[in-house]
Design a protein around this ligand. Sequence first.
Ligand SMILES: C[S@@+](CC[C@H](N)C(=O)[O-])C[C@H]1O[C@@H](n2cnc3c(N)ncnc32)[C@H](O)[C@@H]1O
Length: 298
Amino acid sequence: MPADGIELRPKNEILSFEEIVRLSRLFAHEGVTKIRLTGGEPLIRRDIEHLVSALRAIDGIESIAITTNGLLLSQKLAGLKEAGVTLFNISLDTLQSDRFKTITRRPGLAKVVTAIEDTWKSGYDPVKINCVIQKGVNDDELLDFVELTRDRSYEIRFIEFMPFGGNAWNNEQFMSYEDMLSHVRLAHPNLARSTDHPNHTTKMWQVPGYQGRVGFISSMSDNFCSTCNRLRLTADGSLKVCLFGASEVSLRDEMRSGKSDEELLSIISLAVGNKMAAHAGMMKLSEMHNRPMILIGG
Ligand SMILES: C[S@@+](CC[C@H](N)C(=O)[O-])C[C@H]1O[C@@H](n2cnc3c(N)ncnc32)[C@H](O)[C@@H]1O
């Protein structure tokens, strides 16, 4: 979230549930099996459970994941589980309440920690925790996060800090995967590499004897563009074939102008065909125009 916040869009610019489901059907028809609802904050969308149920009912969709800041999760967990959410990623960058307030610009650490526990107790295994590491901000907490994996099958995903519009990114704050790994290995020399899924973004490791695992998302220092098969649809209906690419096509406008499913599929296919082999690299990205992360969805 940029320091100055963002201007809220009028409701009619945001995709309706019917539009999201229509596009999801098309994607599923072309082979997509997993949908992630992110944001912004997905749990503030009214009746999100209805959307989850509708997406879950689409032929070919096997998994519905949600990435959330966790603040509303405990109260919505049972409904979302019943609706068919298969996986939760909960974002948490610090375990210290003052720091939480500084980073997120609001209180709520206890709520997020409770939400993580509630999710795990309700049977989600693993529960994934997204932790963006910034030098001088929270890099001294790496080992505290690793410790969360001792008795619980949490997957802590340490994410390299990426440049986006309005996030005041600078190279001094950047901590690479290699540096994070070396730091964790000083305390856990036996840290063992574990297997990753071929299209997953995370390099997974485990402290021997611990229940959970720790992973590293090295989007900047060691990108995984060649195996990335993700597509992003923004809340206002733009298709982004790369998180770091500024090019977008408005599927909302195409749908609302009366395009048929076949026509939409050929627009999607053209956009996917134009996907670059790799993103531009960290320093160039820091100078490029892109939406703020909150208007894309990670
Ligand atoms: C943009 S948030 C949206 C979903 C939800 N509101 C949340 O807080 O999880 C999705 C994920 O992107 C991560 N993220 C945001 N800005 C980032 C950045 N500059 N570099 C790396 N990860 C980032 C967040 O920490 C979060 O885990």
